[in-house]
Design a protein around this ligand. Structure first.
Ligand code: ADP
Length: 602
């Protein structure tokens, strides 16, 4: 996050990536031994299927785009929006299959499909979900398929050298889905590609209605132009579920033909990368025939491949990155069709500006014996605007607490002399009731069950190591006492106004969800644009984030975005890096507060 030369950044990247990949190996081995020992416990909590799938796709999107692969996802409209299950484990299986598919495919596409089948003979609303990940990669010889699911097994010894990996992922995935009542199998043809299938059996549970289906989209005619058939299907399926009337073609020439002869259309979604005519060229041609008011356009691009064409904003009402997320598609289409968006932003723009800047005033104690982790925690806390003290073990932590009050203790679990669990119990004994600081566990044992141990010892929250800025900000944001925060993360009046304006708390909750699922991509764009020194893109994304933040009364976030926007408009990016760090931290707090507010009141 600080100034680095390009070379230093590369090296730091290598260190970070190596660390993460070692951590991956360790996690796989831990997982596997846990399974072998029969100690695997699955969470049984409501999970939103789409979120789980989309976050898994996001994790492979950058690599896939880098290789020029199309990644898409088709979810059966009949699938339950939410199920009872273990989202982390389900995502783990998906990420493994998707990562393999991308790893072993050099060109073509990777498609995740989900089908759902109700289980008639089971009590309750139980479904068998069938997931499949199809790729167009190197494939697997028939005589090797059986060995795939054995532990430590790869198709041949050269795989490890060429592609890395431990050969444990599929074995773990298979056991995990068996534990979820399903099975895993594969079909493949060498040179053509592979399909990995798995099923899980799960009970449906009421989830968020997937989209606030507004009447504004009903009956609207949408044209999708993309050379990739799966992407066309993703868009048309979604659009149909919102009551739109979609139409598709893989040929820009055919699309132009339809428009030329006057076929009625309300919005066009077009892909940037098409072989004969790219998205911008097609947009130019369409504009000769119809102006922006008559026919708004939405551009579909790959993550990180945003066309640097400055004119993009001129041609398109909205841009979407692949893999397409339902929520983003929805906002893009709504923006393009010009419905709802205007009204939602109006009151926010008139909100009085609060100028004074104040960091969150929490007194934080870090109880941690490992010097590297101490430094890391202090550094990240510093970035978030917190000042903290350090104690090297549980005994020291208790002494520090006796000396002066703290609001929060970030508590390592394994420490010499007195561990974090014991220290937490003692804190409860010594400071009963409200006087007690909040205790947030920091532990490397990111496994099911550890959380429970920490909570049982009286800790209030839990973040896993390595500590990430977002997680830390969210955990601290959640414990900021209102009075101790001169400037609140959210202006509650703004939410109230929004609710009153919409007349429907559920809609506000959906707006919040939409914001929370869109904002990370926006932040990515912002970071990316800054890296590319693209002032116009920085300005545009900061502007969008600011407007959204204002809608929800996230005043501080809006202010920082405004500052970035001002700098970028003046064509200077100096200082933006620093501000962007603040945006990241503040956004994590805002998201946390918003989701809590939306859950509490809708
Ligand atoms: P890892 O990828 O860590 O080696 P996995 O258990 O996930 O372990 O995969 C085992 C092996 O199966 C891989 O090394 C590879 O040889 C083969 N494999 C898995 N997925 C695919 C795929 N989509 N296409 C071709 N080969 C695959």
């Amino acid at each position: 996050d600080t100034e680095l030369t390009p070379e230093q950044r590369d090296l730091a990247d290598v260190v970070a990536r190596s660390g993460e990949s070692l951590l991956g190996v360790i996690n796989e081995i831990l997982d596997f031994s846990k399974i072998e020992a029969g100690r695997l416990e699955l969470e049984q909590r409501p999970l939103v299927l789409r979120d789980c799938i989309e976050t898994a796709l996001e994790m492979v999107a950058v690599t896939a785009t880098g290789k020029g692969l199309e990644v898409a996802c088709l979810v059966d409209p009949g699938a339950p929006a939410a199920i009872i299950g273990d989202s982390a484990r389900l995502r783990q299986i998906l990420v493994n299959l998707l990562t393999n598919a991308v790893k072993f495919t050099e060109q073509g596409e990777v498609v995740l499909a989900v089908e759902s089948e109700p289980e008639a003979d089971k009590a309750g609303d139980v479904h068998t979900l069938h997931f499949s990940v199809r790729d167009t990669g190197i494939g697997i010889p028939a005589d090797r398929i059986d060995r795939l699911f054995q532990s430590f097994s790869q198709v041949d010894a050269s795989t490890t050298r060429r592609y890395g990996g431990t050969g444990l992922g599929l074995a773990i995935g298979k056991r995990l889905c068996e534990a979820m009542g399903g099975e895993m199998w594969a079909e493949s043809e060498p040179g053509k590609g592979s399909v990995f299938h798995f099923t899980v059996v799960a009970e449906a549970t009421p989830g968020p209605t997937s989209q606030p289906v507004t009447a504004a989209l009903r009956g609207k005619r949408l044209l999708v132009v993309d050379d990739n058939a799966v992407n066309r299907e993703v868009v048309t399926r979604q659009a149909r579920s919102w009551g739109m009337v979609p139409r598709e073609t893989g040929s820009p020439a055919q699309a132009l033909g339809w428009i030329r002869r006057g076929d009625p259309l309300d919005v066009v979604i077009l892909d940037m990368q098409m072989p004969d005519m790219d998205g911008v060229m097609l947009a130019r041609e369409i504009r000769r025939l119809r102006d922006a008011d008559a026919l708004p356009l939405v551009l579909l691009t790959s993550l990180g491949r945003r066309s640097d064409d400055r004119e993009q904003g001129v041609w398109f009402a909205a841009c979407l990155t692949k893999p397409i997320k339902a929520s983003q598609l929805y906002s893009a289409v709504i923006t393009a069709v010009g419905a709802g968006q205007e009204d939602a932003q109006q009151p926010a723009e008139c909100e009085p500006d609060r100028r004074e800047r104040a960091g969150p005033q929490l007194r934080v104690l870090v109880a941690e014996d490992n010097a590297v982790n101490q430094q890391l925690a202090l550094k990240l806390l510093g970035r978030l605007g917190y000042v903290a003290e350090v104690a090297a073990n549980g005994v020291e932590a208790l002494e520090a607490l006796r000396r002066q009050p703290f609001d929060v203790v970030l508590m390592d679990v394994e420490m010499p002399e007195m561990d974090g669990l014991e220290a937490s119990r003692r804190i409860h004994q010594e400071w009963p009731g409200d006087e007690r600081p909040r205790i947030i566990a920091m532990t490397a044992n990111a496994m099911e069950g550890d959380r429970e141990t920490c909570l049982a010892a009286g800790m209030d929250d839990y973040i896993s190591k390595p500590i990430h800025l977002d997680g830390l900000a969210a955990a601290l944001g959640a414990c900021a006492p209102e009075s101790a925060q001169p400037e609140r993360v959210l202006d509650p009046d703004a939410l109230e106004r929004l609710r009153a304006g919409a007349g429907d708390p559920a809609f506000v909750a959906e707006l919040v969800d939409m914001f929370a699922s869109d904002a990370p991509a926006l932040l990515d764009t912002l970071h990316h644009a800054l890296e590319e020194a693209d002032a116009e893109e920085v300005r545009r994304s900061a502007h969008t984030l600011k407007s959204n933040a204002r809608v929800f009364g996230a005043t501080r976030l809006a202010e920082v975005c405004q500052a970035i926007e001002n700098l970028a408009r003046a064509e200077t990016l100096q200082g933006v890096d620093e501000l962007l760090g603040q945006v990241d931290g503040e956004y994590a707090r805002v998201e946390h507060a918003l989701l809590a507010a939306a859950r509490g009141q809708s």
